[in-house]
Design a protein around this ligand. Structure first.
Ligand code: F6R
Ligand code: MG
Ligand code: MG
Length: 366
């Protein structure tokens, strides 16, 4: 059976600042999709990560389907009404356009989708990150799909030895999607040369070279490119099919032990370590730290099992302690140097006016 996995995610308001959506808001979005999606979707899972609420669903309509995207858009509008009624902070903040036109891409919410012929046993992981941008996934998925130091299957499994094709998007080009396809392992150095720049080049999807099947899809929306100003961080979602011709679940999770430094954190303007957290985690220290959650599912004829929480294990408690130490270490240096993002990322925020004013006060001395 050919199915489509779609996840559509938005920040449409949260309690007490940017911490977590209210239960009423989550319920409203869930009820709306259940009621209005009866003849469209096969199954549904609603969750939140930090201040973002995600609609994960299965259907047979393919990617970028107008009806599925409109359903999610309308659910976010309905949720925003509840957020406003409750006085939630940032109600409707990610809904950057007024009128729906075709699909939700470029309108604010994040979207990741994969259409595939279901395997007899079809496991996948749904990742959601908050207080960061899509480039946060560059390193972990590069390591999981291209580096035998992290992914043993690249050496041990004949199904994986042909490697993977990376589709990498230049997010600074906003007219259309500008994408390069590069093959691992032959073009590893080219892939690395692009992926080192998390703010510009972002993994959009990955395909198995032995079967041509799609393994991964990431939302690549950069909100400031749509809004022209800072309106919140992009908070990317990802869908990753695992096992068999793809890396094992544990191989995909492995690189998240690094807690690598990513862009985001307070006011989307800092560098902080990415902390792997339990499902439905909230946000706290310095509006962060940047977090990622993972829900693993099996799916059969489009029907989900219950989610298995991939970061809910004693091992990850140990990692979370280490990542907290990294967060504390970089926060000690406040605004200085590497702790805050470079001007190119901040230019969408208020600092532009301040620097323009100060620039006028500079005097060139003889
Ligand atoms: C980051 C984020 C928060 C806000 C911060 C200030 O994505 O959402 O860190 O930027 O709390 O929010 P405002 O300006 O709305 O008071
Ligand atoms: Mg968010
Ligand atoms: Mg937010």
């Amino acid at each position: 059976m050919k199915i489509t996995l779609s996840v559509l995610k938005a920040d449409i308001g949260s309690i007490g600042g940017h911490i977590t959506p209210s239960q009423a808001l989550v319920n409203e979005v869930k009820n709306f999709v259940q009621e209005n999606g009866k003849n469209l979707i096969i199954d549904l899972y609603i969750s939140f990560t930090g201040d973002d609420i995600a609609i994960l669903c299965t259907h047979e309509r393919g990617i970028l389907d107008e009806k599925i995207h409109k359903l999610a858009w309308d659910a976010f509008i309905a949720g925003t009404a509840v957020a406003k009624k409750q006085g939630l902070y940032g109600a409707g903040q990610d809904l950057l356009k007024d009128a729906f036109s075709g699909n939700i891409k470029g309108m604010g919410p994040a979207v990741a989708e994969i259409e595939f012929e279901e395997r007899p046993n079809e496991p996948f992981i749904f990742f959601a990150a908050d207080k960061t941008d899509p480039g946060a996934y560059n390193l972990p998925f590069y390591l999981a799909f291209a580096d035998p130091m992290y992914c043993a299957g690249l050496i041990l499994s004949p199904k994986m030895s042909d490697g993977y094709t990376f589709h990498i998007i230049d997010v600074e080009y906003t007219e259309k999607d500008k994408i390069i396809e590069l093959n691992a392992p032959e073009e590893l150095y080219d892939i690395a040369a692009l992926l080192r720049d998390n703010e510009r080049y972002v993994i959009e999807s990955i395909y198995s070279r032995s079967t041509g099947n799609q393994a991964l899809s990431i939302s690549t929306t950069r909100l400031h490119n749509i809004a022209g100003k800072y309106t919140g961080k992009d908070d990317p979602v990802a869908l990753v099919r695992v096992q068999g011709e793809f890396p094992a679940t544990g191989e995909v999770l492995g690189p998240f032990q690094i807690g690598h430094y990513v862009a985001g954190f307070m006011r989307g303007s800092h560098i902080g370590p990415l902390m792997p957290c339990k499902l439905n985690s909230t946000i706290s220290f310095f509006d962060g730290p940047p977090v990622v959650t993972g829900a693993a599912f099996s799916v059969r004829e489009g029907k989900f099992t219950e989610p298995a929480d991939v970061f809910d294990h004693p091992y990850w408690d140990y990692i979370r302690t280490q990542v907290s130490e990294k967060a504390t270490a970089i926060r000690r240096q406040g605004f200085s140097g590497a702790a805050m993002l470079p001007y190119s990322e901040l230019e969408y925020g208020g600092i532009v006016e301040k620097l323009e004013k100060l620039n006028k006060k500079f005097k060139v001395k003889d």
